[in-house]
Write a protein that binds this ligand. Structure first.
Ligand SMILES: *[C@@H]1O[C@H](CO)[C@@H](O)[C@H](O)[C@H]1NC(C)=O
Ligand SMILES: *[C@@H]1O[C@H](CO)[C@@H](O)[C@H](O)[C@H]1NC(C)=O
Ligand SMILES: *[C@@H]1O[C@H](CO)[C@@H](O)[C@H](O)[C@H]1NC(C)=O
Length: 371
């Protein structure tokens, strides 16, 4: 911020001789100021986000099954900080502290790319995979700026970002942006050049996975079939239930296309992220204009889990894998209920394939897919 002021002091050539002495002293003061800037005392530095993640985690479960985890960040400058829980990864250890020391250099920028959706699509995995790339710096938690904390202002948002050096991309992910009506306009007013990544997945398996997650936190939840129908006799689907609503991708995308051209989007297949993580990461890196650094040598397939995991650099703790929810107790959902839901989604899926120019193949899938 203020560090650029000193540059003006170099333009003193036109000044009269008698005023050069004060200018000389001004220069000395400015150089001392600059020295402090370089040592990181220029502004009161907020603690890096991942330092805030460890303490005071309070879980909040909302009525409609949306679940978030409030992170106690009250000891740091950004006032409160909310992150959607339920990473698709088994583990999200904070990066080593040495990285945060490096962070005192560079500057905080607005994200040039945002993972805007969707919940239970594999967004956490995608972000963690991207973070291996040396040219990507990302916020660990979900800022929820464009949906919940917009009134805190853009500077608050920028302050949450990690410091980046020249050529590095700043990123964040908040899956609820995709379904937030105001989000497209708000992101657009920050920057019309923002790149938008949407991880999508078969809406039926997504809904089941969403429900399973909520169920594991609140065991008293009504059954899936009780929630999914407005009227079970007629088979009318309840589109006001968030687990259903999120999967109507075409509707949400329409909202975004009012502000952003299709070329600004990348749609990542949540299914392919599991079957071919390196291939899908190649597309993502191309889209972001990054060198293809994250490749198949970064992944291994855990046969027991049936999901890809990330090879961690030596000395690190547990592996990070996709598909944590595999271990959760899975609700028994009658196949006719899932068939009905599949019928419901079909026209929206076809519309979505048309809009994106990509057939995600969900309508050729078996009904008995689980998360
Ligand atoms: C951080 O760097 C110091 C030396 O620069 C090293 O001794 C220490 O092991 C590093 N810590 C981690 C967690 O990598
Ligand atoms: C469901 O639909 C049937 C047939 O239209 C109707 O008779 C019934 O009252 C409805 N039930 C509810 C709970 O709305
Ligand atoms: C594979 O997954 C299983 C089950 O989660 C776990 O016990 C095992 O340690 C994993 N193996 C590797 C090599 O990550």
């Amino acid at each position: 911020m203020g560090c650029s002021k000193w540059r003006a002091a170099f333009n003193f050539g036109h000044l009269k001789v008698h005023s050069k002495l004060p200018v000389f002293f001004t220069m000395i003061i400015l150089f001392i100021y600059l020295f402090y800037c370089l040592n990181g005392y220029c502004e009161s530095l907020p603690r890096p986000v991942y330092d805030q993640r460890s303490n005071l985690q309070t879980k909040i479960i909302f009525k409609d099954g949306q679940e978030t985890e409030q992170l106690g960040a009250y000891n740091a400058s950004p006032v409160s900080f909310v992150r959607e829980q339920l990473s698709d990864l088994t583990n999200s250890d904070p990066p080593s502290n040495n990285i945060s020391i490096a962070n005192n250099f560079g500057s905080k920028k607005f994200p040039q790319a945002i993972i805007i959706g969707v919940k239970k699509g594999g967004t956490r995995a995608l972000l963690e995979f991207l973070r291996i790339h040396p040219d990507v710096r990302a916020v660990g938690a979900e800022p929820h700026f464009f949906d919940r904390f917009y009134e805190k202002g853009l500077e608050w948002y920028r302050n949450l970002m990690p410091r980046t050096l020249e050529g590095q991309i700043t990123m964040e992910k908040t899956p609820s942006y995709f379904i937030t009506k105001e989000a497209p306009r708000r992101v657009f007013s920050m920057s019309r050049h923002t790149r938008l990544i949407v991880v999508v997945r078969d809406p039926v398996t997504r809904a089941v996975s969403d429900y399973t997650q909520t169920l594991s936190k609140s065991p008293g939840l009504p059954s899936f079939q009780n929630l999914v129908f407005r009227n079970a006799t007629t088979g009318l689907i309840d589109t006001s239930w968030s687990a259903v609503r999120i999967g109507i991708y075409a509707k949400h995308l329409e909202n975004w296309l009012r502000y952003f051209p299709l070329s600004r989007f990348l749609f990542v297949s949540g299914e392919r992220l599991v079957t071919d993580p390196a291939g899908e990461m190649g597309r993502v890196q191309d889209f972001l204009g990054l060198k293809r650094v994250v490749t198949d040598k970064h992944f291994y397939f855990n046969q027991t889990k049936g999901f890809p995991c990330l090879k961690k650099p030596e000395g690190s703790s547990r592996p990070r894998c996709l598909g944590k929810s595999k271990g959760r107790p899975h609700p028994q959902i009658p196949s006719e209920v899932l068939l009905r839901l599949r019928d419901f989604y079909r026209p929206f899926n076809l519309k979505f394939y048309q809009m994106t120019g990509h057939d995600f193949g969900w309508d050729q899938m078996a009904t008995h897919q689980s998360s």
